[in-house]
Write a protein that binds this ligand. Structure first.
Ligand code: IPT
Length: 952
């Protein structure tokens, strides 16, 4: 073995002369398609895409982290909803700066080398407030998602704004990443307005969108299939076969055979725009660990391969990174703050078995080009009738793809079988010829046969092919199968080749009559076989068990493809002359082995020289460090302050808005004789809202009946002249007026939590359901009430445009800057947690802490609240002024809140402010920081601008 030294000077020179990746003028490309696949510049593409929502990760540098992790797993595309409401606090006002900088997002996607499927709605659903509609859209008379002129004008306003950014980032228009554009979303119900669909498509085209347009049908029923009035170019559908009940994570539904959908749109590729990547989880739900179990690696294995074997060549997984519905982003009926979704990449950006399985299948789709053009073939009868063998084959090359699965895809039994196989290379009556093919529990196997693997001829393999590449003149392939399972690989040669088993135990036999080299083995971790001579280029087979296969990474570089084994993640590889620059993440120290062209002699890891030795097998091997330990500080030094001054009759509400509208565009009208109280009518769309009703009582009033609409899990609390009357969970409630409470000039104070607007899935304006008070009636009198209303400071004219429309509601503390860093809380009382509640209403808790997390590492930090679930209270968690969590102590299930780095200063001072609302004995339980995952590596993360308190 030879140790390769590295000259620091030379390295510096190489790095300095590294080519600039951004070409000055980026060439335009074509995106076309036929019935088989999408084509880029005429080259077929298997689109293997993951869904990611930048608006659920409010730290732009972390967008790069997520996209690099996707790219490293073999995704060649990312599908992105653009959330109208996230960008538009007010009609005519659009913000694409800071955490809303979608131009930056699309640049990062391009730099990462991942295509973008752009989904700007206007309606997106997505378990978010109003399904992505801005709050101001509640004030339209016309039915949303139809040709109603007010709605269409607004939708066009949004397209004008977002398309101006998107059009500059199309692959067709200067080499940007966008390859497809979706209009509307699951517009497949009872309202189907073709004029509206056509108007959206026309608008996108008028705005300069030149990539193909598509729509995602809710199921493969042919809604908006090409040729129908209003239909876009491509047809796509959605599929969530295991549905959304995470309480029963083992209750699988059968895997759908989508081959029947071929005639639905016969001339466009089979395209699933959303296929289940996890599940949402509602308030009080079982939590995302259960959703991850419902859609675990075995689900991906069985269902995603089944889709491939149905002929689908565009697949997008919803979600691949879910993120956080921070602030008031969640739709109240379906989700809470976390949108982890049980996805392959967790909310805290951690990778696990689901990521590994995506990678195994994803690498396969990207390595095997013949997969992009297949027709269904006849099923093969397995000897074991519990196993079904479906086939697809490429009409040009006759490569066969054989999906071995349980006849009942929900089955958990262990089946073994052999089967007959006919490929252009001949007929094999029983495959494998030794041992058997295992279908063990919830697994499926997608086998490839009759395939030109680089310079080799693969007759068949009962191992699955993860990837292959020609590296340094040698075909290198990674095969895998379940640990301990039999594997058999047959390769065709003109003459007998030489077989060398470098690692592991592999039997080989030469069938001179056929020219078959047959390798038999058990999958383990991993075997390494060299095949040389025989009239073909040399071959190296790396035969791993499923777990061991996850350690392989592959990238394309200017010097050709490279392969690595080791590390928790290899993000990028850049070859420049003899230098291979790798970036990636490690948690524990371990070896990294690199398969690279012979020109590569030096390796850097995260910018530093990595001493490597050349192994006997000709690869390079180095040792990577693990991460340094991280200690998070305990949260101490809490200060507390009760607010809720609005309950007092002498509170000055003169600056508040008079809630005196007598008419409204909103379809919900107030009761006769009462003013419009819907908070949305007054521009207060998100979070908490206060009402103060001034009236002159006669002294005979004994009760007041209020109707407050909060959305699921909301609350409102009522005070009369400073006396607490009680609270309601939303809806109509009668509050008794205790004797002696009335005065000549009375003030009824109501604090109401708007949990968010409903989605508009059914095209019935459900998002327009009022939020706030809708009526008030007294018993024993009919006083005339004059209402004032106050929500988030400034209403639609945001007081805090940096954090945006979803960050703040109208709590006194929010309006007074108590949530912000730098607020002078020195006068507040010191407290420790858990803390008792002193009065019904809202009490704040603040503290600061410093973090000095080790440089060059990525620690995902969470904030954890724990308390007795019998105690009824709710809290909003502000970190450096950002509302990163809403906690319902008695409802759950969320106790750990992800604090994205960038918002959380990894090296600096941080402020936590928690506003707790309740009328029980507890103000706030125990609060601490938790390490949700630490790796050496990561991406550079700049602090997100977080304006501090400046006096109000
Ligand atoms: C589909 C929506 O298109 C998507 O926005 C999201 O809501 C997803 O579901 C569920 O997370 S609708 C599906 C329930 C048929």
């Amino acid at each position: 073995m030879q140790t390769l030294g590295l000259c620091g000077l030379l390295l510096t020179g190489l790095l300095a002369s590294a080519p600039v990746t951004e070409a000055a003028a980026r060439p335009a490309h074509t995106v076309t398609y036929d019935k088989y696949s999408l084509e880029l510049d005429g080259k077929r593409l298997y689109v293997w895409s993951g869904e990611f929502h930048y608006w659920r990760l409010p730290s732009p540098d972390l967008w790069r982290d997520v996209l690099q992790k996707m790219k490293a797993a073999g995704f060649n595309a990312v599908s992105i909803y653009f959330d109208w409401g996230f960008h538009s606090p007010k009609q005519g006002v659009y913000d694409f700066t800071g955490i809303r900088d979608v131009g930056k997002l699309l640049d990062i996607a391009r730099q990462t080398g991942i295509y973008v499927i752009a989904r700007p709605g206007p309606y997106i659903n997505a378990e978010t407030d109003s399904g992505g509609f801005p709050g101001w859209l509640t004030q339209q008379a016309g039915l949303a998602r139809t040709s109603a002129p007010d709605y269409v004008a607004a939708a066009k306003e949004w397209f004008t704004a977002i398309d101006a950014v998107l059009k500059r980032h199309q692959v067709t228009d200067g080499g940007g990443p966008i390859v497809l554009y979706q209009v509307e979303n699951e517009y497949s119900g009872t309202v189907l307005d073709a004029g509206y669909m056509q108007a959206l498509a026309d608008k996108a085209r008028a705005d300069g969108i030149t990539v193909p347009l598509f729509h995602n049908d809710v199921w493969p029923g042919g809604k908006w299939a090409p040729g129908k009035p209003g239909a876009p170019d491509l047809y796509a559908f959605d599929g969530y076969p295991n549905l959304f009940d995470c309480r029963n994570p083992q209750a699988w539904k059968p895997a759908p055979d989508f081959r029947w959908t071929r005639p639905v749109s016969p001339d466009t590729p089979m395209f699933v725009a959303e296929f289940q990547g996890g599940s949402f989880d509602p308030w009080g739900g079982p939590g995302y660990d259960k959703c991850r179990e419902l859609t675990d690696a075995s689900f991906e294995n069985v269902f995603y391969k089944n889709n491939i074997a149905s002929g689908l060549t565009l697949q997008n997984f919803y979600m691949t990174y879910g993120g956080t519905s921070w602030g008031w982003l969640p739709d109240p009926n379906v989700v809470y703050t976390s949108y982890d979704y049980g996805a392959a990449i967790s909310e805290a950006r951690q990778l696990g078995p689901k990521y590994d399985e995506q990678k195994r299948i994803g690498y396969f789709t990207q390595a095997v080009e013949t997969l992009t053009k297949t027709d269904p073939g006849p099923d093969i009868a397995a000897v074991n009738p519990a196993v079904t063998l479906k086939t697809q084959s490429n009409p040009d090359t006759r490569t066969q793809f054989v999906l071995a699965q349980h006849k009942d895809t929900t089955s958990t039994t262990h089946e073994r079988t052999t089967f007959p196989l006919t490929v252009p290379d001949g007929t094999y009556p029983a495959v494998p010829q030794q041992g058997a093919l295992d279908v063990d529990g919830r697994e499926a196997k997608l086998l490839v046969a009759g395939y030109d693997l680089g310079g080799q001829r693969l007759v068949y393999s009962t191992s699955e092919l993860m990837t292959h590449a020609r590296i340094g003149g040698r075909d290198t392939a990674v095969l895998y199968g379940g640990a301990g399972q039999d594997g058999e690989t047959v390769l065709r040669y003109p003459s007998e080749p030489k077989v060398t088993v470098l690692d592991g135990s592999v039997d080989h036999a030469w069938d001179a009559a056929r020219g078959d080299l047959r390798l038999d083995y058990r999958h383990g971790g991993p075997a390494r076989v060299r095949v040389e001579g025989g009239g073909r280029a040399p071959l190296e087979l790396l035969i791993a068990d499923t777990a061991a296969s996850a350690a392989f990474w592959k990238q394309d570089t200017a010097a050709g493809p490279v392969l690595e084994r080791g590390a928790d993640l290899v993000r990028t590889a850049t070859a420049t002359g003899p230098l291979l620059a790798l970036t990636g993440d490690t948690s524990r120290a371990g070896d990294l082995e690199v398969w690279a062209p012979p020109s590569v002699r030096w390796v850097t890891w995260n910018g530093r020289p990595l001493p490597v030795t050349r192994t006997a097998a000709g690869t390079l091997r180095g040792r990577l460090d693990g991460s340094a330990p991280v200690t998070l500080p305990a949260l101490t030094g809490w200060r507390t302050q009760y607010e809720t001054p609005e309950r007092q009759p002498d509170f000055d509400d003169t600056p508040w808005t008079a809630a005196d509208h007598t008419t409204t565009n909103n379809p919900a009208k107030p009761p006769a004789g009462q003013p419009v109280l819907n908070a949305d009518d007054y521009g207060f769309h998100h979070g908490d809202v206060w009402y103060r009703g001034h009236f002159s009582s006669t002294g005979t009033e004994t009760a007041v009946t209020l109707n407050g609409i909060t959305g699921n899990q909301g609350v409102y609390s009522v005070w009369l002249n400073g006396t607490y009357l009680g609270s309601s969970g939303g809806g109509t409630h009668e509050f008794a007026i205790p004797a002696g409470t009335l005065k000549p000039d009375d003030v009824l104070s109501v604090l109401l939590e708007n949990m968010g607007h409903n989605e508009d899935w059914d095209v019935n304006d459900a998002h327009k359901q009022p939020r706030g008070l809708v009526s008030a009636a007294f018993t024993g009198g009919t006083p005339d009430v004059h209402w004032k209303i106050q929500g988030a400071l400034g209403g639609e004219d945001l007081a805090d445009p940096v954090r945006g429309p979803f960050n703040n509601g109208g709590l006194y503390g929010e309006r007074a800057g108590w949530s912000l860093p730098g607020f002078p809380d020195r006068g507040w009382q010191r407290t420790s947690l858990p803390a008792a509640r002193t009065e019904p209403g809202v009490t704040w808790y603040r503290t600061e802490f410093s973090l000095h997390l080790p440089a060059g590492q990525d620690t995902a930090v969470g904030l954890r609240i724990d308390d007795d679930p019998a105690l009824v209270y709710r809290a909003q968690i502000f970190v450096n002024g950002w509302n990163l969590g809403r906690y319902l102590n008695n409802v759950g299930p969320q106790h750990v809140f992800s604090l994205p780095t960038g918002i959380l200063r990894a090296d600096g001072r941080n402020t936590i402010a928690i506003a707790s609302w309740g009328d029980g004995p507890r103000g706030l339980g125990r609060v601490g920081l938790v390490d949700l995952g630490t790796h050496r590596g990561g991406v550079p993360v700049a602090d997100v601008p977080s304006p501090a308190y400046r006096g109000r």
